[in-house]
Design a protein around this ligand. Structure first.
Ligand SMILES: Cc1cc2nc3c(=O)[nH]c(=O)nc-3n(C[C@H](O)[C@H](O)[C@H](O)COP(=O)(O)OP(=O)(O)OC[C@H]3O[C@@H](n4cnc5c(N)ncnc54)[C@H](O)[C@@H]3O)c2cc1C
Length: 438
């Protein structure tokens, strides 16, 4: 008898967890991703700020699943789903719209940047989502210092050395803190015409406080830490304009050549492919067994899914995606093995953390709220634990110790890939994936 066909789209936190949960299932599994690597997104900001090499947070999906004989990894981009014919359409380097049939489908395609209707901002304010984005932002930051050093007119130094982060959620806060540490420790004695320590770092958000998912006390602690690092925190105003000369916020122009978008995300087009109900953000509304209403064979998980628990939508974080991936794998395994379905999905929140510069983090888990060095140690331990392989855990740990002690960084190369402007990100996703896989 033919084995059931399981197609998983996306090898991020959700898709990979689902594939691993199906390791012992008598089925043929196809895991499709448009990138050849699983990416540890929580440390992307460290690649963007030169702390880590790209290869320290990305692992080839094939390598992770090399011993999982029931799973085939396919490098390709899914462009649609036919629910009636039960197949997905996959495009790869030389073929378009290849049909791949499924008995069970798991969509775990994550999110992309959202400029809240201002797509014209994208050209001037790249976001941080892929390894290619992180390398492009690293290029921009390092290039700004090189341009300032080469610039003979000191009046222009300040504009060239102004770094703006739009969005004061965890990514914006972590980036702002990391840039501050980069300029005030690693780069401080390496230039002759400019003083990197004078670099201006501005964190802007319409929200009244930084890190909205955290408590007010932790938000306050993070703000104080940022200000101690020299970051200007400007809250309560939306950015009206982003262009080649910088931003306009609350009627004031801030001149900058380096604006980074850390504000919003929009889900993948999974809802459009399936033509099912979505929430206001466009995430697919799923049931508490993670399937789509009317289609018990289609699961949607992670950032691209919308599920309420205790009256609130689950957050778009790695833990939700991983727990949902494991759960979807278990439901499918039980069905194939003729076992009863597990009880409805329930998310167990282990807490949230964000780093603010060197040796300082905020941590919130249930009633526990901690900030400072202890929280940073906990953050480091948790992030090391969740890296995909033990070799990554070892190299990242050694790199962190080295950087902590010496202030030296992992990768400060400006690498301009063919086809992208110096210091600017490659634009289309295929190019991004290709660049990132190098
Ligand atoms: C900069 C940054 C920092 C973050 N920090 C944290 C943190 O500190 N803690 C935390 O818990 N969460 C953090 N997150 C959020 C966390 O990374 C996400 O919640 C998590 O990755 C969601 O998992 P997912 O499986 O839904 O999607 P993803 O992990 O994004 O995976 C989606 C996968 O689908 C693939 N894909 C997408 N579309 C297609 C297609 N059409 N065809 C083929 N493949 C496709 C992508 O290549 C990707 O591999 C951060 C996110 C970012 C961007």
């Amino acid at each position: 008898m033919a084995l059931p066909q399981i197609v998983i789209v996306g090898a991020g936190f959700g898709g990979l967890a689902a594939a691993k949960a199906l390791k012992n299932t008598p089925a043929e599994i196809a895991l499709i991703d448009r990138a050849n690597h699983h990416l540890f997104q929580p440390l992307l900001y460290q690649v963007a700020t030169s702390a880590l090499f790209p290869g320290q947070i990305g692992t080839p999906i094939r390598a992770i699943l090399r011993n999982q004989k029931n799973t085939t990894v396919i490098l390709g981009e899914v462009t649609g789903v036919d629910k009636t014919q039960k197949c997905v359409f996959v495009s790869d380097a030389d073929r378009e719209g290849v049909r791949l049939a499924y008995d069970y489908l798991i969509l775990a395609t994550g999110v992309t940047h959202s400029y809240f209707g201002h797509n014209e901002f994208a050209k001037f304010a790249p976001g941080l989502k892929t390894l290619a984005d992180a390398e492009a932002i690293r290029n921009m930051i390092l290039q700004a210092f090189e341009q300032a050093e080469a610039e003979e007119d000191p009046a222009r130094h300040r504009d060239l050395l102004t770094f703006i982060l739009v969005g004061a959620g965890p990514t914006g806060v972590e980036m702002a803190g990391a840039i501050a540490v980069l300029v005030r420790s690693t780069l401080k004695s390496e230039f002759r015409r400019i003083d990197p320590v004078t670099a201006r770092i501005v964190l802007v958000d319409i929200a009244p406080r930084v890190l909205p998912p955290f408590s007010e006390e932790l938000s306050k602690a993070a703000t104080q830490r940022l200000e101690k690092l020299g970051v200007e925190v400007r809250l309560g105003h939306s950015v009206d304009q982003i262009d080649a000369d910088g931003i306009v916020v609350a009627g004031e122009r801030i001149v900058s050549k380096t604006v980074i978008w850390t504000a919003g995300v929009a889900p993948s087009p999974a809802g459009k492919w399936l033509q099912v109900e979505t929430d206001r953000a466009g995430r697919v509304r799923i049931q508490n067994d993670l399937t789509v209403p009317g289609h018990s064979e289609i699961f949607v998980i992670g950032d691209t899914a919308s599920l309420d628990q205790n009256g609130k939508p689950l957050p778009g974080v790695a833990q939700v995606a991983m727990q949902q991936g494991r759960y979807a794998g278990k439901v499918i395994h039980n069905r194939i093995a003729g076992k009863p379905a597990p009880s409805p999905f329930s998310y167990f929140d282990k807490g949230s953390m964000a780093v603010v510069g060197k040796g300082f983090a905020v941590l919130q888990s249930g009633k526990v709220q901690v900030s400072g060095f202890g929280a940073w140690l906990a953050w480091a331990a948790v992030h090391l634990q969740f890296l995909a392989t033990s070799s990554l855990r070892l190299t990242v740990f050694l790199q962190w110790v080295w950087t902590y002690v010496t202030g030296q960084r992992g990768s400060r190369l400006i690498v301009n890939h063919h086809g992208s402007e110096p210091g600017k990100p490659a634009t289309d996703s295929a190019t991004k994936a290709a660049v990132a896989s190098k």
